[in-house]
Ligand binder design. Structure first.
Ligand code: SDX
Length: 392
């Protein structure tokens, strides 16, 4: 109930760790950030406030959040030399590949590792990461589109800046759309942290060697990209579009997902921890209805997704394995309604997950956890003597 996971500290033996940041109950479908339910935070808070909560442990006062936002703004200007790196990527490079590289490149401009014993140095590194990561994340899209790169506008909010950085063109300003900004803010909150998932564990174990924050986050971006993890939100949309293009026959894809000889898996379904509904999926599903209605978007893909979910939840194979929609099943439908291109979906997951990665990295370093060194069960050859080549 306290949310503390009591296992070996810092990956020392079992790859598990203690953490006070996020509490998950997979059986009950419970998710809490620092003791606050995800439902309340998604409804009543905002992404920057939740970022502060995850990283520093308490909800900020009005003065603290104003200072945090202003301190992030100090670091939203990215070194112009980074543009030389962007120019070096091929035009069709996947945004997540560019983002992992750019994040790692930031290490060259901001020497690592961070001395976590100096609170102001750690705080600066955190604000720098929050500021620069958002900007370079959007540059991956601008590069693909052949558009000029945009700069953060310090007179506007963090989430609104994402839309500006993505879509503002020299031919005309980005016109703030309240529904869009609010929907994105909620989605970022829902993605902000999730205990020891694949990419967060990657950030912790890379950081446990005292690699810098940017280098550790870059490793997390690469882990998140995989279609079994954050890459699933893009794979879900591609799956739903394929179903739509094949006459909307959900049953055919359920059959494929159950066929052990077929590598196809129902993307956006199942979870290592949740053996009940993913609480985030429930919130996002409702938000999808609300956002598409507010934007006047009638996307048949949403109906296909609902039909697929309904069929899967009645199917013995899925029921017997406790397979439910996860955070990735509906998120892409909202992103699409907001005008976000499919190949940027996982980048948005990374932007949302950034404060969680930072919080977990900070916790591991401040707690002086040992270097991550998981062990193995050896299954190879027993001791044997070397035999000369000619004698073999
Ligand atoms: C995220 O860890 C996190 O918290 C991640 C995340 C976060 O916020 O960081 O929540 C974000 O990554 C969500 C997951 C996104 N990925 C997908 O939607 C990809 C599709 N899902 C599956 O690949 C799978 O469910 C995983 C990867 C999510 C979980 O894999 P597991 O833990 O190996 O699945 P499992 O052990 O629960 O599987 C049990 C059975 C197996 O069959 P049997 O061996 O019992 O016959 O269920 C089957 C699996 O083959 N199964 C599926 C399935 N997911 C599991 N069969 C068909 N389609 C699926 N989606």
């Amino acid at each position: 109930e306290t949310g503390a996971v009591t296992m070996d500290p810092g990956f020392k033996n079992t790859g598990a760790c203690k953490s006070a940041i996020t509490f998950l109950d997979g059986e009950e479908g419970i998710l809490r950030y620092r003791g606050y339910s995800i439902e309340q935070l998604a409804e009543q808070s905002n992404f920057l406030e939740v970022s502060y909560l995850l990283i520093f442990g308490e909800l900020p006062t009005a003065a603290q959040i104003e200072k945090f936002e202003n301190d992030i703004r100090k670091y939203t200007l990215v070194n112009e030399e980074m543009k030389n790196i962007i120019d070096g990527f091929p035009k069709n490079a996947h945004p997540m590949g560019i983002l992992a590289s750019l994040t790692s490149a930031l290490t060259a401009f901001n020497p690592a590792p961070v001395n976590v014993a100096k609170e102001d140095e750690l705080y600066d590194a955190i604000c720098k990461t929050m500021g620069k990561f958002l900007v370079i994340a959007t540059w991956t899209f601008r590069k693909n589109m052949g558009y000029p790169l945009n700069y953060y506008d310090n007179t506007k909010g963090y989430v609104e800046n994402f839309m500006r950085l993505m879509f503002e063109l020299p031919t005309g300003p980005y016109l703030r759309n309240e529904t869009v900004v609010n929907a994105l803010d909620k989605l970022f909150i829902l993605h902000a942290d999730h205990e020891q998932n694949c990419s967060t564990s990657t950030v912790r174990i890379v950081g446990s060697s005292h690699a810098g924050l940017f280098a550790s986050i870059s490793a997390g971006v690469s882990a998140l990209w995989g279609p079994l993890h954050g890459g699933a939100n893009q794979a879900v949309l591609e799956m739903l579009e394929e179903i739509q293009n094949n006459g909307g026959d959900a049953d055919k894809y359920l059959a494929k997902a159950k066929d052990k000889d077929d590598p196809f898996r129902l993307m956006g379904f199942g979870h290592r921890v949740y053996k009940n509904f993913d609480p985030r999926a429930k919130i996002i599903k409702k938000a999808a209805d609300d956002v598409l209605a507010e934007l006047g978007v009638n996307d048949p893909i949403l109906n296909i997704a609902k039909k697929l979910e309904e069929a899967a939840l009645q199917d013995e194979y899925f029921k017997s394995r406790n397979l439910y929609p996860n955070v990735d099943f509906y998120s892409g439908i909202i992103y699409r309604a907001l005008g976000i291109p499919t190949e940027m979906f996982t980048v948005l997951f990374a932007i949302g997950r950034l404060p969680g990665w930072i919080a977990q990295w900070k916790e591991m370093r401040v707690n002086k956890e040992p270097i991550g060194r998981p062990r193995q069960i050896y299954t190879g050859a027993p001791l044997r003597d070397f035999v000369e080549q000619s004698a073999r």
